[in-house]
Write a protein that binds this ligand. Structure first.
Ligand SMILES: Nc1ncnc2c1ncn2[C@@H]1O[C@H](COP(=O)(O)OP(=O)(O)OP(=O)(O)O)[C@@H](O)[C@H]1O
Length: 971
């Protein structure tokens, strides 16, 4: 059993320099490094356990505990000569003995010796005596003057002993060292560290209350020894190991006043200087290498960038090809007939919107809204749907327009082109339907022309040139009589812009610029004075009767005056969801009802007369509601359901068959297959229905967002201002936090405050999304752009300016005011975490806004989530103190990852806590306090970065899925 990791040699031990005795248990006393085993040693005195070298003195030219460190070349040569004088030729071929020198820099040439004072205040408070650490660094023992005497162990190993007031406390060794040597500095990284605390030595259990035996015996892993020559010529070193760093800080155990000295042949120094400036052992370092994690991270970032670039190039090629093909294609509209048969619609009697659709057939208790409607409109015809309020006009319009309905729909809607002979010919599978809603939902910050150009850019084919699009917009504005307001902003309720009537016309214009095959409008004249209303209907009539592009136009009208009424070619009169009349307009409906005992009074507006009848229809009218257009809709061609764009046999839906059909029957078995087809009518527009490519959609959307941001700077500046004020407040609250234990808690408090602030700020993302949702719904229903393009544009013009930039501002102000780690690396790592956190929280709020139609519910859930993540962040309650049944919830706390990464980053700067506890000075690493107080792991920074990335990716994917599946019109 040899102490000091001596090597057993029969009954004796071979000991490292500085200790001796049979079991290497005694300190040497005087003598020189070259005296080897013959050096005198000190026996324990007066019943002490260990020998004490404090009374020993070194010969001239030697220093340090154990006298291993040379101070002059002459000391080396004379010591060497006196022991090995007759063997000097073996060590140097050229210089002989005279070339021996004492190198006094931290750099090691063969085997270096040093002896340093340990002056840490915490150690000093516990052990006020003199603490010294001796370290022997073995670079290349074969180059020493006397291998195995002045060296010990294999190349690339280190041996150390800690002495307290002359008594050895513990010893350590490590191997597989890599050395980076330069003039004036030395950095060794070794592995397999082991240390042994000498039983019942002063630090190792003699006084149990101050014993560090457990810690010392457990030291393991990697060891670094860093030494530098200071400007005043002294040498300072640090002893770095994970446990030691967690106690004394990132810079490890500091050692001052190091006495370094190596007796070495000048030829070895010359060879080292001539050869490689960084002499090293066989295990020497080849320089700093990037860690695997960093390489993997860089690879992922690189791959992402490449993928983005690839997608962009692909998008660009697709865009270019789309622009090239069919450039001569004319901007043509109309030419498609629409016919419908057996249209029935019912909603649950409870009047509530069904969450789960159970089946397609009507169940008992369903409320029938529409009963067996059939009809047809050809290009060049303008149809008015008349009826009192609640008669089913909007519902009919919705179904003809292919809108997604919450109730059950049955029947078929068909589209076909017209032959030159005026007969329906080929079915149209993918008709372009222009749909103008009852409400005007318009981009308030754009001018009329910009709004129309936006629609033209997205809804006209790529092959149409920009000039053609502008010309189309101009033509539509002229047609609608809105040329003189083309540069006026549309405005909103809060900020007045164009009038209600003008808004109606802009809404119609948005559809007209897309050159629809069929135009369907829900109450285009509502809210307009009679002059404006007449103008609007005139426009519709002109569009329908356009000699070049005759178009089928359907409009529901609430109460048309006689002038407006006369403009319609055909009329459909609805009463309680039933068709009272369908046929030619003008005087024909009057004659029809006169024949059934309801003559129109002379001079009375026929439209009013029709409304009177429809408001209070007699039973016989309801039961015998006939259709004038019977002959026109008799089956030709094929049926195309608007939703599935599939073909079906029209024979099943001839008007004769649907006439007078009992709606109950219509919704029952015989219609089940048809109904099923219709139940999938709620599918969103297919990708192929977008007329512009993805890149164009993104470009145009970004263009609009940019304009809005430029015009409404108040939102942007409000965010910046709020960020600056909150930053100043938080920075003031934690102004220049101290480095005491209380100060450290404030530091983490400051980080927590910042994280919570960003969590709550992200709520505004939720609100913004809820606000713009109606516009998105309308534009999505009109196949303007894909939801992915919209989300990306939100990212560029909401997330970056309104989330990321304010985050950078508030974080920067707080960082420097609170006095956090004052170096660039830690500052940027701090910003990086907060930006990731902001992104994750913003996406989470977007997700809520898209999942819940009710903004109140979304906001409530977001607030509860914030409370949850704050609770499990580790600041309010120590994570390991949470009962196990709840503890797992911490893994969902985004704020925990953010706070941990921020705290680790802060203490990783080498933050040292300096405090006095009950008179005992404390100087420990903040890392230790962080572990104790908050349970954060000191190596978790990159893990937390990865987790935040994972949350961002998860929320992003969920958001895209939800937007595609859930955020769409349902009426
Ligand atoms: N999802 C629904 N749930 C319950 N009832 C509905 C639903 N959709 C429509 N209805 C009912 O169907 C009837 C017809 O509604 P619709 O909106 O089509 O009438 P309208 O003729 O357009 O009325 P208005 O002229 O007042 O707009 C109304 O009584 C309405 O309450």
């Amino acid at each position: 059993a040899c102490d000091n990791y001596g090597i057993e040699n029969g009954t004796n031990c071979i000991c490292p320099p500085g200790v001796g005795g049979q079991e290497c248990q005694l300190p040497t006393c005087g003598g020189t490094l070259y005296d080897g085993p013959s050096r005198p040693t000190v026996q324990p005195q007066n019943g002490a356990l260990y020998g004490n070298s404090s009374g020993c003195s070194c010969p001239n030219g030697w220093a340090g505990v154990g006298c291993n460190v040379c101070e002059s070349a002459s000391a080396c040569s004379s010591a060497y000569q006196s022991n090995f004088g007759d063997q000097n030729s073996a060590i140097t071929s050229s210089g002989g003995v005279s070339a021996i020198t004492c190198s006094k820099t931290p750099r090691v040439y063969a085997v270096g010796q040093m002896s340093c004072d340990v002056n840490n205040p915490t150690i000093h408070a516990l052990y006020p005596g003199k603490t010294t650490l001796n370290i022997l660094r073995n670079l290349n023992p074969s180059n020493t003057l006397a291998a195995n005497v002045s060296s010990y162990g294999a190349a690339g190993s280190v041996h150390a002993q800690l002495w307290y007031d002359g008594e050895e406390e513990f010893f350590c060794n490590a191997d597989s060292c890599q050395a980076e040597e330069a003039d004036g500095s030395s950095h060794w990284t070794c592995h397999n560290l082991k240390c042994t605390c000498r039983t019942n030595a002063t630090m190792c259990g003699r006084f149990p209350s101050t014993s560090i035996k457990g810690t010392i015996d457990a030291l393991s892993g990697d060891l670094e020894i860093k030494c530098d020559t200071q400007s005043d010529g002294t040498v300072r070193c640090a002893f770095l190991q994970d446990t030691i760093k967690s106690v004394f800080g990132a810079s490890g155990l500091p050692m001052d006043n190091c006495r370094v000295g190596e007796c070495v042949a000048q030829s070895v120094i010359d060879a080292a200087n001539n050869g490689n400036s960084s002499s090293s052992s066989s295990n020497a370092s080849k320089g700093k290498e990037l860690s695997g994690g960093v390489i993997a991270g860089l690879a992922v970032v690189g791959a992402l960038l490449l993928a983005l670039l690839g997608m962009f190039i692909w998008g660009w090629i697709v865009q270019r090809n789309a622009r090239k093909t069919g450039t001569d294609q004319a901007v043509k509209s109309g030419g498609v007939a629409i016919s419908w048969s057996g249209i029935n619609y019912s909603v649950p009697a409870s009047n509530s919107q069904p969450i789960f659709k159970k089946g397609s057939s009507a169940s008992v208790g369903d409320r029938h809204i529409l009963h067996d409607l059939s009809g047809e409109i050809r290009p060049g015809e303008l149809l008015a749907i008349l009826g009192p309020s609640g008669s089913g006009k909007s519902t009919t319009i919705d179904i003809l327009g292919g809108k997604s309905k919450v109730g059950k729909t049955a029947g078929a809607v068909m589209f076909s082109t017209m032959s030159p002979a005026g007969q329906r010919s080929d079915p149209v599978n993918n008709p372009r339907i222009g749909f103008v809603d009852q409400q005007d939902i318009l981009p308030s910050m754009l001018t009329v022309e910009e709004a129309l150009l936006f629609a033209a850019n997205l809804r006209l084919p790529e092959s149409v040139s920009q000039e053609q699009k502008r010309a189309k917009v101009f033509e539509v504005m002229k047609q609608l009589g809105i040329l003189d307001i083309k540069d006026t902003r549309i405005g909103s309720h809060e900020r007045r812009g164009i009038s209600g009537g003008e808004q109606r016309r802009v809404s119609i214009g948005l559809e007209l610029v897309a050159c629809p095959d069929i135009l369907i409008l829900d109450e285009p004249t509502s809210g307009l004075d009679s002059v404006s209303a007449t103008k609007v209907v005139n426009v519709l009539r002109d569009l329908a009767h356009d000699p070049e592009n005759p178009t089928a136009v359907i409009a529901s009208v609430h109460q048309p005056n006689s002038k407006i009424y006369q403009l319609f070619d055909k009329v459909l009169v609805l009463s309680r969801g039933r068709e009272l009349y369908f046929g030619p307009g003008g005087l024909a409906p009057g004659d029809y009802f006169a024949a059934r005992g309801h003559p129109v009074q002379k001079g009375y507006n026929i439209a009013d007369h029709l409304l009177d009848i429809a408001s209070d229809p007699t039973d016989d009218l309801l039961s015998s509601s006939q259709r004038k257009s019977a002959s026109q809709t008799s089956g030709t061609g094929t049926i195309t359901t608007e939703d599935e764009r599939t073909r079906a046999d029209t024979n099943a839906h001839t008007p004769n068959e649907v006439e007078n059909r009992d709606p109950e029957k219509a919704m029952s078995k015989e219609h089940v297959p048809e109904t099923k087809k219709h139940s999938s009518l709620r599918s969103p527009p297919l990708m192929s229905t977008y007329r512009s490519t993805f890149l164009t959609q993104l470009e145009v959307l970004c263009g609009r967002e940019w304009k809005i941001l430029k015009r409404d700077k108040s939102l942007f500046f409000a965010h910046l201002f709020a960020a600056a004020v909150l930053g100043a407040f938080c920075g003031g609250l934690y102004f220049k936090t101290g480095i005491t234990i209380a100060g450290f808690q404030s530091r983490v408090g400051c980080l927590f405050f910042l994280g919570s602030l960003l969590s709550f700020s992200a709520l505004s993302a939720l609100y913004n999304l809820i606000e713009i949702r109606p516009l998105f719904l309308r534009e999505r229903a009109g196949s303007y752009y894909s939801p992915t393009a919209w989300l990306l544009s939100r990212f560029f013009f909401d997330v970056i300016p309104l989330r990321v930039v304010p985050t950078l501002i508030v974080s920067t102000i707080v960082y420097w005011m609170a006095g956090l780690a004052p170096d660039a690396a830690h500052y940027f790592k701090f910003l990086f975490i907060l930006v990731l956190y902001t992104l994750a929280m913003t996406l989470f709020n977007f997700l809520l806004a898209c999942t819940f139609r009710n903004g109140g519910v979304a906001i409530l859930l977001s607030a509860i989530f914030n409370l949850f993540i704050m609770t499990f962040a580790g600041f309010f309650v120590h994570l390991s103190d949470i009962p196990p049944v709840l503890r797992w919830l911490q893994w969902f706390s985004l704020l925990k990852y953010c706070l941990e990464a921020l705290a680790v980053n802060e203490v990783g700067s080498g933050l040292q806590i300096v405090d006095v506890l009950q008179g005992v000075p404390v100087n420990v690493s903040a890392q230790l306090i962080m572990n104790l107080l908050f349970g954060f792991g000191e190596n978790n920074y990159y893990r937390d970065v990865l987790v935040l990335f994972a949350f961002i990716a998860g929320f992003g994917i969920a958001l895209i899925t939800i937007v595609w599946l859930n955020v769409r019109e349902r009426r």
